[in-house]
Design a protein around this ligand. Structure first.
Ligand code: AMP
Length: 140
């Protein structure tokens, strides 16, 4: 599949669609998933256009993975879940719905099922509060 820059994350990267941003660096952007599967569900994407993990330069993938872990540390501190899932889907058959590479960081609790994938939108207030909490726990 060829990268199509009109996808929603491409629009977020260009500032055409707002996002609840947690952090940004030269290579990556981290923001809240607006249809979280659990409180604190965060996405980390490369700025480089890439459909999936097979489509990205090794240099940026390395930065993306390191940044995903850095954000996951902050998510872990912010929400103190029992566990943290880091998930990345490639192609429709695997459940990918947005065709710009991304890592999901999903806090997990022993009690409580995950909400359905990409189904129920959270309130702006909750998303902004959660983004703020993660930002507070981010190490330089
Ligand atoms: P995937 O199925 O792995 O491609 O995941 C795409 C994710 O993007 C889903 O979890 C959606 O809830 C999320 N999503 C879709 N649109 C937006 C948006 N505008 N801002 C933030 N997250 C989004």
């Amino acid at each position: 599949m060829k990268y199509d820059s009109t996808n929603i994350f491409g629009q977020i990267l260009r500032g055409e669609v707002p996002a609840f941003v947690v952090d940004e660096d030269e290579f990556t952007l981290a923001f809240m998933d607006i249809m979280p599967q659990a409180r604190g569900h965060t996405l980390v994407i490369p700025k480089e256009p890439a459909v999936d993990i097979f489509d990205i330069s090794e240099k940026v993938l390395a930065r993306l993975v390191l940044q995903t872990r850095r954000i996951a540390v902050a998510v872990d501190k912010a929400f103190e879940p029992d566990g943290v899932s880091i998930v990345q889907l490639n192609r429709s058959a695997a459940g990918q719905t947005v065709f710009h590479l991304h890592f999901h960081i999903i806090p997990r609790w022993n009690r409580g099922e995950l909400k359905q994938h990409g189904a129920i939108q959270s309130s702006s207030k909750a998303l902004e509060n959660n983004a703020q909490l993660i930002r507070k726990n981010l190490k330089e």
